[in-house]
Design a protein around this ligand. Structure first.
Ligand SMILES: CC(C)(COP(=O)(O)OP(=O)(O)OC[C@H]1O[C@@H](n2cnc3c(N)ncnc32)[C@H](O)[C@@H]1OP(=O)(O)O)[C@@H](O)C(=O)NCCC(=O)NCCS
Length: 156
């Protein structure tokens, strides 16, 4: 049985195992940006997230095993001369364990995140992703996300 809910503190080390998978993927796909390995600093970062009242960690549990997680971050950007105030829920990190993919776990996590956002009164969910990660793009598009902004680069 699959259930998505908020994480418990004693599950954060398991969440870190999944964060390590995402980090390895990012290092392989964008080595000019991401630092190799999964440093102690990066491992401890999960506790900073845990202690931040503006962030929450959701987990997917299948038959007693944590098989996915998402970091949810409430962002408020005040109005400025160019832009209106922006208030949204940002998905900062998102991963399903390799062994549990293509079974609808991420889809269940997105359904949970939408309910979570609505309950908190947020009207918009945002996320960013790296262009090399076409698997993630295929999933996010299948889940209903649309690209609204792009980052571009040129090496000189
Ligand atoms: C992207 C990711 C979260 C998808 O998780 P998942 O649990 O396998 O996704 P679901 O089973 O809910 O997929 C739902 C639909 O999304 C699409 N989809 C998911 N993964 C896909 C892939 N690798 N290639 C193409 N389409 C994909 C399909 O339409 C799929 O439906 P189907 O299985 O019936 O064809 C997972 O592959 C993952 O954790 N990847 C590594 C970490 C990562 O990239 N995180 C996001 C960026 S930080």
């Amino acid at each position: 049985m699959l259930k998505v809910r908020l994480a418990r503190q004693n599950e954060l080390e398991r969440v870190n195992e999944l964060r390590m998978q995402v980090n390895a993927l990012h290092v392989a796909g964008k080595p000019d940006v991401f630092k190799p390995g999964f440093s102690e600093e990066l491992r401890n970062f999960v506790y900073a997230i845990w202690n931040d009242p503006e962030q929450a960690i959701a987990v997917a549990e299948m038959d007693g095993t944590i098989c996915g997680f998402a970091v949810l971050h409430h962002i408020n950007r005040p109005e400025n001369p160019f832009m209106k105030e922006r208030d949204f829920l940002d998905i900062d990190e998102f991963c399903v364990d390799e062994a549990y993919r293509r079974q609808g776990v991420a889809s269940a996590m997105v359904a949970y995140i939408r309910d979570f956002a609505r309950e908190k009164g947020f009207h918009r969910i945002e996320l960013n992703m790296w262009e090399f990660n076409q698997d993630a793009l295929a999933f996010y598009e299948a889940a209903g996300f649309r690209t609204f902004r792009r980052y571009m680069e040129m090496f000189v």
